[in-house]
Design a binder for this molecule. Structure first.
Ligand code: AMP
Length: 397
């Protein structure tokens, strides 16, 4: 990572700097319900403003599928940014993103001004990384800065293509921080290194499990994906989530863990119910003994203790994916136990975005973690050991 140029390596006074941010924030009736992604981008924006750049921001929001969709306009983000920066952020309302309006707004900029372009996915070329839109974006700027970690696993015009047509490119502070935390944790961890995986699908995390088994001391698996492993061990899982076709893979991973001397922890008990809802009868049984008609929605009490114990001794912990259906209070206990155990230790604790980040914040442990990634998909691909296209495209030092 250190070989990539960062904003600290740039001379930006009087230059037009296009900054790709991840402003894909949740909206309800046009109101931003969580502005974490906006505040996370502020250090880079403030640095560039302070250094006298003309700061042109861009981002996607949601999936407008290549057409202007008013409900996915970035206008509310410009408003929130103006409040946070204490300075007007001009919104370049433009259905073609880089149209007359955007060009005029940029032409008027003074040093230190900020303009926000419209949702880059209003253009169908964006997600196909087509040259014409990359060139249009680049035509607005001299320098490009990528601070959109959450989009860095996608090769799009605004994350990859644009870099070819600007004088210079660099990563922003958020990107630098994300890569430093995730990179150090995975490639140079203070040991013991414990990774925790959960969520619904084994198939989403196949490469992550395989890669992490090369690196960790302990691998903990919970959530819906654990039942495929339970079947691999000869257990009965009733109506729980199961990916039959992944049972051989699960067996292979159990064997690999043994061969590598990795402490591989699977749930020993599970909270089961007959219906997928919060207010219903539930009980705890051994994981491999779930009767027909019942499904596992959370890890059981014994498992919570075993997992918490393994976390207690760790010096580095990386967590991606909830331990159960944490959205329902009765089945959030496993996820909470893991969050609590991580919050209590003196170690580097990293949350790999997405649902686990939401769970940790919802349960009130957000400020107890060393780092909560802003990118769910991107952090998973990072944990898989893949190179992120958005990072690779940026200039080396
Ligand atoms: P993922 O998107 O794969 O990270 O999965 C996150 C989702 O997995 C959350 O919405 C959880 O409710 C769900 N989940 C976790 N454990 C279970 C389970 N035992 N059964 C069904 N869904 C689960």
């Amino acid at each position: 990572m250190l070989q990539k140029k960062t904003v600290d390596d740039l001379q930006v006074k009087g230059k037009r700097v296009l900054v790709r941010c991840d402003f894909n924030v949740p909206l309800q009736d046009g109101v931003i319900t969580d502005d974490n992604r906006i505040t996370a981008a502020l250090p880079t924006i403030k640095k560039l403003m302070g250094d006298g750049a003309k700061v042109i921001l861009c981002s996607h929001m949601g999936k407008p599928k290549g057409e202007p969709k008013p409900e996915l306009s970035l206008a509310p983000v410009a408003k929130r940014l103006s409040e946070l920066l204490g300075k007007e952020v001009v919104f370049a309302k433009d259905d073609t993103v880089v149209g007359e309006n955007a060009k005029a707004a940029v032409a008027k900029m003074q040093d230190g001004d900020v303009v926000l372009l419209e949702n880059t996915r209003y253009r169908k070329e964006e997600t196909k990384n087509e040259e014409n839109f990359s060139k249009e974006l680049a035509s607005l700027a001299d320098i490009y800065v990528d601070d959109a970690f959450g989009s860095s696993h996608r090769a799009h015009c605004s994350t990859v293509g644009v870099t070819e047509f600007v004088e210079e490119s660099a990563v922003g502070y958020l990107m630098e921080k994300e890569i430093a935390f995730l990179g150090n944790a995975v490639n140079n961890p203070v040991r013991p290194f414990v990774a925790i995986l959960g969520g619904s699908k084994v198939s989403d995390k196949i490469n992550v499990i395989n890669n992490l088994l090369e690196k960790v001391d302990t691998l903990i698996i919970g959530g819906g994906m654990a039942y495929t492993f339970a079947v691999a061990q000869g257990g009965q899982v009733g109506d729980s989530l199961l990916e039959e076709d992944k049972v051989p893979y699960a067996k292979e991973m159990i064997e690999k863990a043994k061969a590598k001397g990795v402490n591989f922890l699977l749930p020993v008990d599970t909270v089961i119910t007959k219906e997928f809802k919060n207010d219903t009868e539930y009980k705890t049984v051994p994981t491999g003994e779930i009767p027909e008609g019942w499904m596992g929605l959370d890890i059981g009490e014994k498992t919570r203790e075993i997992f918490a114990d393994a976390i207690k001794g760790a010096k580095t912990v990386v967590w991606n994916g909830p331990m159960g259906v944490f959205e329902m209070e009765n089945f959030a206990k496993g996820t909470k136990a893991v969050a609590e155990a991580m919050a209590a230790i003196d170690a580097t604790t990293i949350i790999g975005g997405g649902d686990s980040a939401a769970a940790v914040n919802q349960l009130g442990f957000g400020d107890k973690m060393t780092h909560i990634s802003t990118g769910g998909g991107a952090s998973l691909e990072f944990l898989e050991g893949k190179e992120l296209p958005g990072v690779a495209a940026v200039d080396d030092k």
